[in-house]
Ligand binder design. Structure first.
Ligand SMILES: Nc1ncnc2c1ncn2[C@@H]1O[C@H](COP(=O)(O)OP(=O)(O)OP(=O)(O)O)[C@@H](O)[C@H]1O
Length: 301
């Protein structure tokens, strides 16, 4: 799937300002941004629920604008809450949806049930399912026609931590087993970081970064190091004059961003210069910090 300079204007308000990125088979792509950033609008355009103002979405070589049918048959999506009949069992719900499509065999239904881990509960009424189970039934339904792309808008919304863990497990499974490209949107990094291979961060209708989780982890190797040293100001002046590190003072401690390898070097320099080092604290820099840095806010809710 490819987004090419996708834009949406409503009235005279530019909501999506030209998004371009690719999503590959077998990867889980996180579409992350604060509320109102434009995730749902983008997803609605991606699945043809909303007209595209400018640009295009290409799915398996087909344009959603010019060949809607050809493009959309490769897509499975849950954009709004999946529609379920609470008085029917999970299985009956799936059979019902399967009848509306062509060529879905009972074997395929069984296969999607196993893919989302609902084998045991599939003959119970859907109305008795937990929210997480309902989400998984929705995913099973979206997978029936073997889409190559699965789009899930806020799949972790409202789930408790164990529900999030389960969804994560099944989403990763199906990316790997079915080689599906999965797009999950979220406004909370912590809820999707463990299930995604890459994360695209959107703010005010613009893509401000695409990070592979590995590269975020590598950058995370730089940590804030707090050093309690005497005399403080001379230590700061000395480090600024003799090293390339930016040094600040916080609560009577020096604060530097250092990699693990740099920590003993800096300490040796200070001790060699005759400074007294009383303590060193290393603060973990989290993915969350990175996200805040990128979107330029301290709070995203
Ligand atoms: N029909 C509309 N008319 C005018 N503005 C709209 C319309 N639909 C959405 N918007 C605006 O577009 C922006 C993006 O909304 P969108 O729902 O896509 O954001 P989102 O990232 O999905 O946020 P959320 O997580 O809250 O759903 C918001 O500022 C919203 O107010």
């Amino acid at each position: 799937m490819q987004l090419i300079d996708l834009k949406k204007t409503i009235g005279n308000k530019s909501i999506i300002k030209g998004l371009s990125f690719d999503i590959k088979a077998g990867e889980v792509f996180g579409f992350l941004g604060p509320n109102g950033a434009g995730k749902t609008t983008t997803i609605r355009m991606m699945v043809g629920l909303m007209n595209i103002t400018e640009g295009d979405v290409i799915i398996q070589g087909k344009s959603i604008k010019n060949d809607y049918k050809g493009a959309i048959r490769h897509v499975g999506a849950i954009v709004e809450n999946p529609e379920m009949y609470p008085f029917m069992s999970g299985m009956k719900n799936l059979q019902h949806f399967a009848r509306m499509m062509e060529g879905i065999t009972p074997e395929r239904i069984q296969e999607v049930v196993s893919l989302v881990g609902l084998d045991k509960a599939i003959h119970e009424k859907a109305g008795r399912y937990s929210l997480g189970m309902r989400q998984r039934l929705g995913i099973a339904q979206a997978l029936l026609h073997r889409p190559s792309i699965l789009i899930l808008d806020e799949p972790t919304n409202g789930l408790d931590p164990s529900g999030i863990r389960e969804i994560r497990k099944y989403i990763r499974n199906l990316a790997e087993q079915e080689n599906v490209a999965v797009i999950v949107s979220s406004h909370l990094l912590s809820e999707i970081e463990l299930m995604c291979d890459r994360i695209g961060i959107i703010k005010n209708g613009e893509l401000i970064a695409i990070e592979s989780i590995k590269s975020i982890e590598v950058q995370n190797d730089v940590k804030d190091v707090h050093i309690e040293v005497h005399p403080l100001e001379s230590a700061k002046d000395f480090l600024e004059a003799h090293t390339a590190h930016k040094v600040t003072v916080h609560k009577k401690e020096l604060v530097l961003s250092l990699t693990k390898e740099q920590i003993p070097k800096v300490l040796k320099e200070l001790i060699h210069k005759g400074m007294d080092v009383y303590g060193v604290r290393v603060l973990q820099s989290t993915l969350e910090d990175k996200f805040f840095d990128l979107i330029g806010e301290n709070t995203i809710e």
